[in-house]
Design a protein around this ligand. Structure first.
Ligand SMILES: C[S@@+](CC[C@H](N)C(=O)[O-])C[C@H]1O[C@@H](n2cnc3c(N)ncnc32)[C@H](O)[C@@H]1O
Length: 296
C-alpha cells in the first residue's frame, strides 16, 4: 500500500468522529515511519509494508476512540521543547505556556535589577510531565547569571514523577530540577522561603464547573483533572498551607478553568488581601491565570 492511500483511509476513519483529523493522521504515520510530515506529502507514492499498514490502522482506531495522539507517539511539544508523555500524565496544553512566559518575564527583570548573588528557588506544584518547571529551567540554562538556584517539580503521583524524571534527564537538568513527591506544599518547613510558586493544579469541578470533554475524562489521569466540588479545592488547600506554614514567596502564578474567575478572585482576596494580585486572560479571551506578587 502507498503512503497516500494510507493517509486517505486514515483521514476517512478519523474524520467520522473528529474534526481536524488531517494533522493527527499525518503525525501518526510520520511517527510510525520515522519521517517528517513534509516527507509524507512529498513521497505519497512510496510503498509501506503490510505490517506498518496494520500498525497504522490500529493507531487510527485508537484516535477514533478519542485517545490523545500524544499518548500514541509519547511526545508533546510545549514551549518549543519536546516532552515525553504517556497515560501517567496530563498532556501539556498550549494555554499553560502563559505561566512559563510570565515567570520568565518576571525572572528576566530579576536578572537585570538584582546582582547575581541572589539566586531564587522555584516550586512547580502538580508538575505532571514537568513541562512548566523544565521549560523555565531550560530557558535559563544558558544564562551566565541564571537567576534560579533550585527548582522543585512536585507531584502527589509517583507515576507522574517517573515521567517527570524522564524529562528532567532528557533535557539534561538533573543538577537543577528535582522531582519530589508531596501533597501540594506539604514538604516545605514552616517559614521556608520559596520565591516562585507555579501551579497548574487539577481544576475541573466534580459537581459545579464540570466542564470536561468525554475523551479527556476517559483517557487522561483523573488525579490530574478533578479538583473537588467546585474545582478549586486544591488551590484553597495550597493557599491555606501557605498561610499556616507562613511560606515566604515573591511571585505565585497558577492556572484555573472556564468560569472560575470570580471564585478565584474571592479566594485571592481572602488569602492574599495585602498583596498585588490579578487575573489574566488567555489568547481566547478566557480568564485563565492568576498571579500574586508580594509587596516588599
Ligand atoms: C492539571 S495536571 C498539570 C500537569 C502539568 N503541570 C501540566 O501543566 O501539564 C495536575 C497535576 O497535579 C497533580 N496533583 C493532584 N493532586 C495533587 C496534590 N494534592 N499534590 C500535588 N500534586 C497533585 C496531578 O497528579 C497532576 O500531575
Amino acid at each position: 500500500m502507498q503512503i497516500c492511500e494510507l493517509l486517505k483511509s486514515g483521514y476517512s476513519k478519523i474524520s467520522l468522529v473528529k474534526e481536524a483529523a488531517f494533522l493527527d493522521v499525518e503525525v501518526i504515520l510520520a511517527y510510525l515511519l520515522g519521517v517528517s510530515k513534509e516527507y509524507l506529502l512529498a513521497h505519497g507514492d512510496e510503498e509501506v509494508s503490510g505490517e506498518d499498514a496494520l500498525v497504522f490502522y490500529s493507531y487510527a482506531d485508537r484516535i477514533a476512540l478519542g485517545e490523545p495522539v500524544a499518548y500514541i507517539t509519547c511526545h508533546k511539544e510545549f514551549y518549543g521543547n519536546d516532552f515525553f508523555v504517556d497515560k501517567r500524565v496530563l498532556v501539556p496544553r498550549p494555554e499553560t505556556e502563559m505561566i512559563v512566559e510570565m515567570v520568565i518575564k518576571f525572572l528576566e527583570g530579576v536578572v537585570k535589577y538584582v546582582d547575581g548573588s541572589q539566586k531564587l528557588k522555584l516550586v512547580d506544584v502538580g508538575t505532571g510531565s514537568g513541562c512548566i518547571a523544565i521549560s523555565i529551567a531550560k530557558h535559563f540554562q544558558e544564562y551566565l547569571d541564571d537567576p534560579l538556584d533550585e527548582v522543585f517539580a512536585v507531584d502527589i503521583s509517583e507515576d507522574a514523577l517517573e515521567v517527570c524524571k524522564i524529562n528532567i534527564d532528557q533535557h539534561g537538568l538533573e543538577d537543577k530540577v528535582q522531582a519530589l513527591q508531596s501533597d501540594l506544599l506539604e514538604f516545605l518547613e514552616d517559614g521556608e522561603v520559596c520565591d516562585i510558586i507555579v501551579a497548574n493544579l487539577p481544576y475541573i469541578g466534580e459537581v459545579e464547573n464540570r466542564f470536561v470533554e468525554k475523551n479527556v475524562e476517559e483517557f487522561e489521569p483523573n488525579l490530574a483533572l478533578f479538583g473537588g466540588n467546585d474545582g478549586l479545592e486544591l488551590y484553597k488547600k495550597m493557599f491555606q498551607q501557605i498561610r499556616e506554614k507562613e511560606v515566604k514567596f515573591k511571585l505565585m502564578i497558577g492556572e484555573f478553568g472556564f468560569d472560575q474567575g470570580e471564585k478565584m478572585r474571592e479566594l485571592l482576596s481572602k488569602y492574599f488581601e495585602q498583596d498585588e494580585r490579578g487575573i489574566e486572560e488567555d489568547l481566547a479571551g478566557i480568564e485563565r491565570i492568576f498571579f500574586v506578587k508580594k509587596k516588599n
